[in-house]
Write a protein that binds this ligand. Structure first.
Ligand code: SF4
Length: 488
């Protein structure tokens, strides 16, 4: 799309304006949750609280499914958790096992049919599934099944997974065998929670790209969640992470584990630590907060700068900014304020009023930044449009210099595992040098954390990481017709 050699600075600015106001962030994937309550029938209420804690992972739709004798009940719709669920809705979802889902989508359409959990009735009963991730061979499997006469009701991978389980179940001794066979068919990233009338099942892909952890409440109820912050929300204690390639089956008799195909090196998405997960979560044994502090410290070591103040771009840049301040000795301040009430229903302004719109979403605190040489920390740069706006806001508020530091490496390659960067042309670092980007965003200097430094930041982690969007080195072969990255 862009030829670096031929672009003048004016052209670059034109590009920035053209792409203005498209969301300039890697977007969250989805969040999943499951609970098997040992006492009481209010599993849906626990799922509701947990989905609140996971809301940052998806804001398009939300849903909960519960068991009712041999039946499954569910409620799902477009919107945020408090928009989808009300007290009366939850009262109708009575059962001791529940699964829940919050969804963000890109390629899979943002329609109610694609909301999860997905519930099916098949020969052996009923089954509900909530999925975080993206299959790279879903199109191939879907085409094959459609040629055999199968009809799909949604456009999401999760329905492919459910169909495979139900087909394999016919020739399997139990659901666990059917799930294991399904895992042999699919390729990609997935953290699944599955509900049957009597069991809760958790499954993690063989590379462990998407996270899934296990917890337990005081009354012995087992809980599965994308992040530990959801365990905290229901008063559950963290037990462990589900291993890559593991199936856990939770029933009245307790918990069973089956370790299926496990590859030599796990590949947790490094962006969980950089941006997606909440800083109060632990993923694969490592604190997200500590990883971000460490990223900020390493950034200060790699790209020191003479300045008066360190600030972070809310929210995910704040913790790394604190780390940068700790290491550099430059005071930390709150130079930017984010408006938390600009939601999906905000009426987008006309072209000429867009400057104002940025200031509705994010504004500088003049008293903090005026007359200061500011170091501004953000977690990543995708298109660069937002960075440019923020630099301008800080300069308008009287900052004498703005030095941008990024607590990850340049994002140059698309993701096929559940994150919404599907083409290189959406990525400014794929097309331009760091010096070009510095000019485009109007910063006085720009420094990214090196990949080597980045991979050392989750210090306690026992897993390896996927970093393909920085390197192009994909842990799973990506077929030509792979799905664009979409959750579920
Ligand atoms: S390509 Fe990037 S965003 Fe996608 S899973 Fe790998 S590290 Fe995460």
């Amino acid at each position: 799309m862009f030829n670096k050699e031929k672009q003048s600075k004016a052209d670059l600015n034109h590009y920035m304006l053209d792409d203005d106001y498209r969301d300039d962030k890697l977007n969250e994937e989805c969040g999943v949750f499951g609970i098997f309550k040992r006492e009481g029938k209010d599993a849906a209420l626990a799922a509701y609280y947990a989905l609140y804690a996971l809301q940052h992972r998806g804001q398009e739709s939300a849903g909960i499914a519960v068991n009712e004798n041999e039946n499954l009940l569910y409620h799902k719709d477009m919107g945020l958790v408090p928009e989808v669920f009300h007290e009366r809705t939850l009262e109708k979802l009575e059962g001791n096992i529940a699964i829940g889902h919050v969804r963000y989508s890109t390629a899979g359409e943002s329609i109610r049919e694609n909301a999860q959990p997905m519930v099916i009735k098949y020969r052996n009963g009923k089954l509900a599934l909530a999925h975080n991730g993206n299959l790279v061979n879903a199109n191939q499997i879907r085409n094959r099944l459609e040629e055999e006469g199968l009809i799909f009701q949604s456009t999401i991978d999760s329905e492919v997974i459910l169909n495979l389980i139900s087909r394999h179940r016919v020739s399997s001794a139990g659901i666990e065998e059917a799930i294991e066979k399904m895992m042999g068919d699919i390729k990609g990233s997935y953290a699944l929670v599955i509900l049957t009338p009597r069991r809760l099942v958790g499954v993690r892909d063989p590379l462990g790209i998407r996270p899934l952890c296990l917890g337990i409440t005081e009354d012995g109820s087992h809980v599965l969640a994308s992040e530990t912050c959801a365990l905290d929300a229901v008063g559950a204690k963290y037990l462990r992470d589900i291993e890559p390639g593991e199936i856990v089956l939770i029933s009245q008799d307790g918990i069973n584990s089956i370790q299926t195909q496990k590859l030599d090196h796990s590949k947790l998405c490094i962006f969980e630590h950089i941006y997606f997960a909440r800083p109060d979560s632990y993923i694969d044994g490592a604190s997200v907060y500590s990883a971000r502090i460490e990223a900020g410290k390493r950034l200060a070591m790699e790209h020191p700068v003479d300045a008066d103040l360190v600030i972070g771009v809310p929210d995910s840049g704040l913790t790394a900014a604190l780390g940068f301040s700790m290491e550099s000795g430059i005071p930390y301040g709150m130079g930017l304020l984010k408006n938390r009430y600009v939601g999906r229903t905000f009426i987008q302004p006309e072209q000429g009023q867009r400057e104002k719109f940025v200031k509705i979403k994010l504004n500088a605190i003049r008293d903090v930044v005026e007359g200061k040489r500011v170091v501004m920390i953000d977690d990543s740069i995708v298109r660069g449009t937002t960075s440019r706006r923020i630099v301008q806001i800080l300069k308008d508020a009287g900052a004498t210099e703005v030095h941008m530091r990024v607590s990850s490496s340049p994002v140059k390659f698309p993701c096929f595992y559940g994150i919404d960067i599907s083409t290189k042309s959406q990525l400014v670092a794929a097309e331009y040098s760091i010096d070009d980007i510095k000019g485009m965003i109007g910063a006085d200097s720009l420094g990214y954390l090196s990949l080597e430094g980045l991979l050392k930041t989750p210090l306690e982690s026992k897993c390896g990481f996927c970093s393909a969007c920085f390197t192009g080195d994909y842990p799973l072969e990506v077929p030509d017709d792979a799905n664009e990255s979409s959750c579920g």
